[in-house]
Ligand binder design. Structure first.
Ligand code: SF4
Length: 315
């Protein structure tokens, strides 16, 4: 049986180290309080093929974010914080409900700001029969000490590597130490899951590093690929996202106010091959649309029994 831990009073869950007491209503950069806030529970068909497969990935989207990038396509939940606060017990139930749907995995999307609560819920769900592979789908701005506490609970890491440049990280995410922190985080993820294990084309254990190529900054992307080869090797799985669309505050930032050109994306995919990377995923240009952004409407979040009671009462 897995053992539970007690959450810390002063939040130091991520590299922001805000030291606020979330239990007493104090908010740090991510504006999250003690209870996990969830925006949508859904079946996602548009993750990388070994994650979504044909049955889909069991996504749980968390509200708020410890990075809040100016171009975030999920800004309704990451910046505006739309979601419903639920007890840890309900979160564990949601995990088991995703498993009951026959999906390929449990996909925790932007869980970092609720890391301790998510960990507690995973332990509870595993003690109650959760066996689905657990995917930790993160922006990569993680505190290594916390990641170490997830060892044995997470099967697949799906981290972003957003910027190599401290200047870009500071300008677009207010986190100039992001490059340093994401490198340490990815190395810890690789330590926990050193081998990528596929069964029938689905990733059961391992790591896929995601990178969203930004307009006017493809040279930063080249440096990220170089780091991956030097530190994870040419067998590493890399997902190069071509779906950048100016959204949120990016519309007002000249360098980010247009879509990516074919030239820019090809520069990155050509470099991918030139430096010997063998495994990866590329996206068609038609992916650059807001159509792929889920509708965050709290589906699946509330306790079914309570919801059904409410519906009966309203008839
Ligand atoms: S999780 Fe939120 S409150 Fe905690 S350190 Fe990170 S940004 Fe600050």
């Amino acid at each position: 049986m897995c053992e539970s831990t007690i959450p810390t009073a002063y939040c130091s869950l991520c590299p922001r180290h805000c030291s606020v007491n979330r239990s007493y209503g104090e908010m740090g950069f991510c504006r999250s309080l003690d209870l996990p806030k969830v925006s949508l529970v859904s079946t996602h068909m548009w993750e990388e093929p070994p994650i979504s497969g044909t049955n889909g990935s069991g996504t749980v989207f968390f509200a708020n974010c410890n990075l809040r990038c100016v171009f975030c396509q999920n800004h309704d939940i990451s910046d505006s914080g739309y979601g419903l606060e639920i007890p840890i017990e309900r979160l564990a139930e949601i995990f088991l409900e995703q498993q009951a749907k026959g999906l390929n995995n449990l996909n925790l999307v932007s869980p970092t700001q609720y890391g301790i609560q998510v960990r507690e819920a995973l332990i509870l769900a595993k003690n109650n029969g959760l066996t689905l592979p657990v995917v930790y789908n993160t922006n990569g701005y993680e505190f290594v000490d916390f990641l170490q506490s997830l060892e044995g609970l997470v099967d697949v890491y799906l981290p972003d590597f957003k910027y190599m440049s401290c200047d870009l990280a500071g300008e677009y995410s207010g986190a100039s130490d992001y490059p340093e922190k994401v490198k340490l985080a990815i190395l810890e993820m690789k330590r926990q899951q050193p081998k990528d294990v596929f069964v029938d084309g689905l990733l059961k254990k391992g790591i896929i590093v995601r990178h969203l190529v930004l307009p006017n900054h493809y040279k930063d992307s080249l440096q990220i690929l170089d780091w991956i080869v030097e530190n994870l090797g040419t067998e590493a799985y890399v997902s190069l996202l071509n779906q950048y669309t100016p959204m949120h505050k990016a519309k007002e930032i000249p360098a980010l106010s247009r879509r990516l050109t074919t030239f820019e994306y090809q520069k990155v995919t050509t470099h991918f091959l030139d430096i010997g990377l063998k495994n990866g995923f590329i996206q068609k240009r038609s992916s650059a649309t807001s159509d792929y952004t889920p509708i965050f409407d709290l589906t699946g979040v509330a306790n079914c029994k309570n919801r059904c009671d409410e519906e009966e009462n309203s008839i």
